[in-house]
Design a protein around this ligand. Structure first.
Ligand SMILES: Cc1ncc(COP(=O)(O)O)c(C=O)c1O
Length: 445
């Protein structure tokens, strides 16, 4: 195994070569060379505390020895197989995922990315509701970057306020998704104040299913806690109401657990936190602790994929990623990592709320677990989003050795989503550095 990574590219070549990498997202930080636990290091050996788990995937942190060992050991036997030939790691992983999920689920398909897993979920809904032409998603949703999933997310809308997101370029061919208001309690889309809520946003879903779509809808797809759209948790009871509405209209319910699955919210899945079971749920990101693997899990009452090339990808059966995923789930259960996420989430949220008292421009601090968002506002009363301040905090935090997340449709929401193995000392170090960052940025602006 490579122990010392040589610093082998001069800065000019680095800058030149970067121009040739085509990437459809924001560049936000230095060239990273290695990582261990919750820390990673750039080409100058500067240390960063990782608060974004690299697209929320490294649930066990960088360089987990047991996961690496499982993957590399598997690689000695097989590291690539086409979908139609079975392997031990795939069979064992299916067994482990089904053991971890509620008993109503009985089949899993694997896909190479979360977007494709969500498309697979949409395909399953279409197979089971062949007469349907529409899906319903929520405002501020993010379900991926393929054509069908972009049509369900914020980036084909004006969610950012100033301009349409990049997804709108592809909508000429994909427009079978209707969006309904999300349960965004800090900025209630139905204009309700605390204590007044009667789940009017869920009523809007009901009205849409009744009057707003042509024919039946195949499924409602949602993230139980929205991530990219601004770290937006559901209030207790909302998802139960959504479940009832879906049942009333014979519309399937898909939970996109890409970010929430495998411990992030303090329970194995967000559905456990909310006590609501969907018909289909999708997983990825943390599943392989960084190895690329995603999946679609379906209820025993649904028809699955058949041999019509319904869902078959060259890289849908990667034994190395499957072995890594199996080991990741074993560790999550053995070490009760979701419980650590719950406790550390509480610790961090409490600490951030203390800092909020000094800096009320931190308009809202919210979990659950280690799925934390800090909403930056110009004024806590008007709640006007402060994108510039959030960007300044992001950059200053980077100088102070913190890699934070920044919201997608809501770049005024800072995300605090470290690896789930983070300990109290590391959380305390983050809080100290974050407070220093707030002080420096507010003094400079
Ligand atoms: C909730 C959610 N769903 C789907 C996706 C897409 O996953 P992938 O990037 O692996 O295609 C993401 C990625 O950020 C996500 O956050």
């Amino acid at each position: 195994m490579l122990k010392n990574y040589p610093n082998e590219m001069d800065r000019n070549t680095e800058a030149q070569m970067k121009e040739h990498v085509m990437f459809g997202g924001p560049w936000r930080g230095p060239l990273i060379v290695r990582g261990k636990g919750v820390y990673c290091y750039d080409r100058d050996e500067k240390e960063y505390l990782d608060l974004e788990s690299q697209a929320w995937s490294l649930c066990l942190g960088f360089g987990n020895e047991e996961v690496m060992e499982a993957a590399f050991e598997q690689a000695e036997f097989l590291y690539h197989m086409k979908g139609g030939l079975n392997t031990y790691p795939r069979l064992k992983l299916v067994d482990k995922i089904l053991e971890t999920a509620p008993d109503v689920f009985d089949r899993v398909s694997f896909e190479p990315s979360g977007s494709i897993a969500n498309e697979a979920a949409m395909k399953i809904a279409m197979i089971n509701r062949p007469e349907a032409r529409y899906f319903v998603s929520l405002y501020h949703a993010f379900h991926g970057n393929t054509l069908a999933t972009a049509a369900a997310g914020w980036h084909a809308t004006k969610a950012k306020g100033d301009a349409y997101g990049g997804g709108v370029k592809y909508m000429a061919f994909m427009d079978n998704v209707v969006r309904v208001p999300n349960p965004y309690c800090y900025r209630c889309p139905c204009g309700k104040k605390e204590g007044e809520c009667r789940f009017e946003c869920a009523d809007a879903l009901r009205t849409t299913l009744q009057f707003g779509v042509s024919g039946p809808a195949a499924a409602v797809i949602l993230e139980p806690v929205q991530g990219s759209g601004g770290q937006i948790p559901c209030p207790a009871g909302y998802l139960k109401r959504v479940r009832e509405i879906c049942d009333e209209f014979n519309t399937l319910l898909i939970f996109d657990e890409m970010q929430t699955g495998f411990g992030r919210c303090g329970t194995m899945f967000a559905m456990d936190l909310y006590g609501v079971t969907p018909d289909i749920f999708t997983i990825g990101k943390a599943l392989g602790n960084g190895f690329p693997i995603s999946g679609t899990v379906i209820s025993r009452k649904l028809k699955g994929f058949q041999d019509g090339n319904d869902d078959n990808f060259t890289f849908c059966n990667n034994p190395m990623a499957q072995a890594a995923a199996l080991k990741t789930i074993e560790i999550l259960i053995r070490d009760n990592v979701p419980e650590n996420a719950r406790r550390m989430g509480e610790f961090l949220t409490k600490g951030l709320k203390e800092i909020q008292k000094k800096y009320p421009i931190m308009g809202d601090v919210r979990g659950p677990g280690l799925h934390i968002g800090i909403e930056m506002v110009k004024d806590p009363v008007t709640k006007e989003p402060d994108v510039v301040m959030a960007g300044a905090i992001y950059n200053k935090a980077l100088e102070n050795g913190l890699i934070m997340g920044l919201g997608g449709s809501s770049p005024h929401v800072i995300k605090v989503k470290p690896p789930l193995i983070i300990n109290e000392a590391e959380c305390a170090s983050f809080l100290e550095r974050f407070e220093k960052t707030m002080k420096e940025v507010t003094e400079e602006t």
